[in-house]
Write a protein that binds this ligand. Structure first.
Ligand code: TRP
Length: 464
């Protein structure tokens, strides 16, 4: 039975770093480049940015707000704010989504740690081009023990941090490592820009070819906007629940969204300059980053150290995100069943660990188990990703917008958002003193976000 009071962040700055740590992760560096690569590059980027602005940022504000208002996990938050018990299922959906996401996320997290060790071994020195690196990646993944082992290691680290709690665990890891990650990305971008024919990569990422766009692109861009900002399953709600009423949510959300998008674009530049310069295919799929970056890193001045640093930071970015995913279900058990942190973490991590095993095996033992979605065969790993990003998260976001827009009330939301010291007049909550901003926000939350998400759903299930 936990009788202690709820933990909270030591400062708003540390909250921002932890929330940005949640947002910035494999989604930015591993996933964004590969789905942009498969879906037309620039055209995808533009639709994705529109989704971030029109749907992502408003919902980010709302999630943090609902958490801060109630100081509860997603299920408890809805229970507290509404007498209609149906809303709690939205929180419950978040707990299910946290299982699904972590299952494939920790496989990729495991790859990152494995690659850090390969970097220490000096393996990348022999990689002349992405083709060679790609073969190495596939060979490694054909070994089930390799994938499972590193997945387990990644998982144990995540669980260790969660066990340490909010201040000692969640906060500390994010504080110093985010700036370091940015620095390395700058190096990679700089290096990438000087490669022969790097302009082709830039063109791919920034000059849209609209003929590549179809309805599926909207679906993926919307799903990715949710995934990359950690929205739709109550992760930001849970982090917001450790936040004090003194803090300006609007300012925090703007910084988080900006940083997140900026880092994805940097990763895109770093990767597509190499892809096009080496004649590689931008559509290589989930392995893309692991095929493309080792040869680039190996060529950098101080390449040996850079490769180690890069994969170390990628692992850390993955860990600071993974903890936010697991924290949702841990907070749920702690709040709703009065479990201690230790007990809640043990139960949830064993359950998630088991759920993740089929994902780890889908690159080897279970690689033949596939399901066709559209014309493409999806492995178990792909299906988990698809279910989470393109169904659970947008659905969660849809209900959060509906809840605030039509049940709880936009007025209450605006009032809540205005609470907290704004020391930044341009990007902080004082923008909500402007009547136009208030009406645009209300309109987005009440109508635009739910409608767009709904349309994308209709399409997804073949209804339009
Ligand atoms: N946003 C993270 C990334 O881009 C992943 C993530 C962390 C996440 N917490 C989440 C995704 C909650 C969805 C929901 O890598």
């Amino acid at each position: 039975m936990s009788t202690t009071t709820r933990e909270n962040w030591t400062s708003k700055r540390n909250f921002i770093l932890a929330a940005a740590g949640s947002a910035v992760g494999l989604g930015n560096i591993w996933k964004f480049p590969y789905i942009a690569g498969e879906n037309g590059g620039a055209a995808f980027l533009i639709i994705y940015v529109i989704c971030i602005l029109m749907i992502g940022i408003p919902i980010l504000n709302l999630e943090i707000l609902l958490g801060r208002e109630t100081q509860k996990n997603p299920v408890g938050a809805f229970k507290q704010l509404s007498t209609n018990p149906l809303w709690q299922y939205v929180g419950g959906l978040g707990v299910v989504a946290s299982f699904t996401i972590l299952s494939f996320y920790s496989v990729v997290g495991g790859w990152s740690i494995a690659y850090m060790l390969e970097a220490i071994n000096g393996t990348f020195k022999g990689f002349e081009n992405p083709q060679v690196a790609g073969e190495f990646f596939n060979l490694k993944n054909s070994n089930a023990n390799w994938v499972l082992g590193f997945h387990t290691l990644f998982f144990l680290i995540t669980v260790g941090i969660i066990l340490s709690g909010v201040r000692k665990g969640l906060e500390k890891v994010s504080r110093y490592l985010m700036p370091l990650l940015l620095l390395i990305l700058f190096f990679l971008v700089f290096q990438g820009l000087f490669l022969p024919e790097s302009e082709k990569g830039l063109e791919f990422l920034f000059a849209p070819d609209w003929s590549k766009i179809n309805a599926q692109t909207f679906l993926l861009a919307l799903g990715h906007a949710f995934f990359t900002l950690s929205l739709g399953m109550g992760a930001m709600m849970t982090y917001g629940s450790y936040l004090s009423k003194k803090d300006d949510i609007v300012h925090a959300s703007n910084i988080i969204a900006f940083l997140d998008t900026f880092i994805a674009i940097l990763a895109g530049v770093a990767i597509f300059t190499v892809v096009f310069s080496s004649g590689y295919s931008p559509t290589a799929g989930p392995g893309l980053v692991f095929h493309v970056l080792p040869p680039l890193l190996a060529k950098l001045p101080l390449g040996y150290i850079m490769s180690i640093m890069f994969f170390l930071l990628l692992s850390i970015a993955a860990i600071t995100s993974a903890i936010s995913i697991l924290e949702v279900s841990v907070a749920y058990l702690m709040d709703e069943f009065s479990f201690s942190r230790k007990r809640a973490t043990s139960i949830m991590s064993i359950a998630v660990y088991l759920a993740a095993i089929p994902c780890a095996l889908s690159f080897n033992v279970l690689s033949d188990v596939t399901l066709n979605i559209g014309a493409k065969p999806y492995t178990i790993f792909d299906i988990f990703d698809y279910l989470a990003s393109n169904i659970y998260l947008p659905l969660g976001g849809f209900f959060i917008a509906l809840f605030v827009g039509h049940a709880w009330g936009v007025d209450k939301a605006i009032k809540g958002l205005l609470m907290g010291d704004s020391n930044n007049s341009r990007f902080g909550n004082s923008i909500f003193k402007n009547a136009t901003v208030v009406s645009v926000f209300g309109f987005l939350v009440k109508f635009i976000s739910p409608l767009l998400i709904f349309l994308v759903f209709l399409y997804q299930f073949g209804l339009i």
